[in-house]
Design a protein around this ligand. Structure first.
Ligand code: AMP
Length: 279
């Protein structure tokens, strides 16, 4: 059996065609390597890189997919202007000693998917995500795949998808990476004007205040009402602020009914931000 080279001896391979991906994966399998997949849409930031590091701790080989998935953008959304920083992404992944970038060309592309959160505001979103994530998981056949808790509903949808399709990949969530002022890192933060950037941390601050209120036993509905008012007062157009069961995302009336996750989506100008915290 071929020997496994150590991480430092290897170079990042950028793969753009499925036959080459299949060969590279077969080679990993022949070496009995554990494979992790980190799906991204590029425009990589420290949140993505934390997922790659978490994947490296859990697997011998890490594949990062970079694919701006057209099917998860609604017609009015920012597909055409979504940031593309491929050269910088490759440089960052090479510096981290990731193993492979899977950059497919075009066409790569009940339960938590219809919880009335992201799906209510972006009705095309999860059908698009599910199709492409299923495709990436089938293409890469990873042992594990890492997803950020930043996109909490997406993490739950993908977990369910892997279960529904009997995929052998284990879906692993990783904590949200934040700026020093609490703003969750996002490729879309670069759209914020300086004035909007100054307002943006209010989203996380209000989530934290709501979590403290609920943990202290205040009624959930009243806490959320106050939170909605505070987010609007901070200059956001609110899409939703909800308290949900942390596993099923079903509405939840009391902390006794299970772990609570607070989830928010709100717009500052034309930039839509999402965030969530556990209570
Ligand atoms: P995207 O490129 O925006 O589709 O994100 C790719 C992956 O990175 C998803 O699993 C996201 O949840 C994750 N991610 C994005 N931002 C963050 C963050 N601030 N902290 C943790 N994970 C993140």
């Amino acid at each position: 059996m071929a020997k496994r080279p150590t991480r430092s001896q290897r170079h990042l391979r950028v793969i753009r065609a499925l036959p080459a991906l299949k060969r590279a994966i077969a080679d990993c399998r022949a070496r009995r390597c554990k494979i992790a997949l980190v799906p991204t849409m590029g425009a990589l930031h420290a949140g993505h890189l934390a997922l790659v590091r978490a994947a490296q701790r859990r697997a011998d080989r890490v594949i990062v997919s970079i694919f701006v998935n057209p099917t998860q953008f609604a017609p009015h959304e920012d597909l055409k202007t979504y940031p593309q920083t491929f050269a910088a992404d490759i440089a960052a992944l090479a510096a981290l000693k990731a193993d492979m970038v899977w950059a497919p060309g075009g066409g790569g592309g009940g339960g938590p998917a219809t919880a009335g959160l992201e799906d209510a505001f972006r009705p095309h979103f999860f059908a698009g995500v599910a199709t492409v994530v299923a495709k990436l998981l089938i293409q890469c056949e990873p042992d594990i795949a890492m997803f950020g808790e930043k996109d909490f509903q997406q993490l739950k949808v993908v977990t369910q998808l892997a279960r529904d399709l009997d995929l052998k990949t284990r879906i692993v969530g990783a904590p949200i990476v934040r700026e020093a002022d609490g703003l969750a890192l996002s490729s879309r933060n670069r759209y914020l004007s300086p004035a909007e950037r100054a307002k943006a941390p209010a989203l996380h601050r209000v989530l934290g205040e709501c979590a403290i209120g609920i943990a202290a036993g205040k009624p959930i509905a009243a806490v959320l009402d106050q939170g909605r008012t505070a987010i609007t007062a901070a200059g956001f157009a609110l899409d939703y602020l909800e308290a949900r069961h942390g596993e099923t995302l079903a509405p939840i009336a009391s902390p006794k009914a299970g772990p609570i996750r607070l989830l928010v989506a709100a717009r500052l100008g034309s930039t839509r931000l999402i965030d969530n915290v556990a209570v």
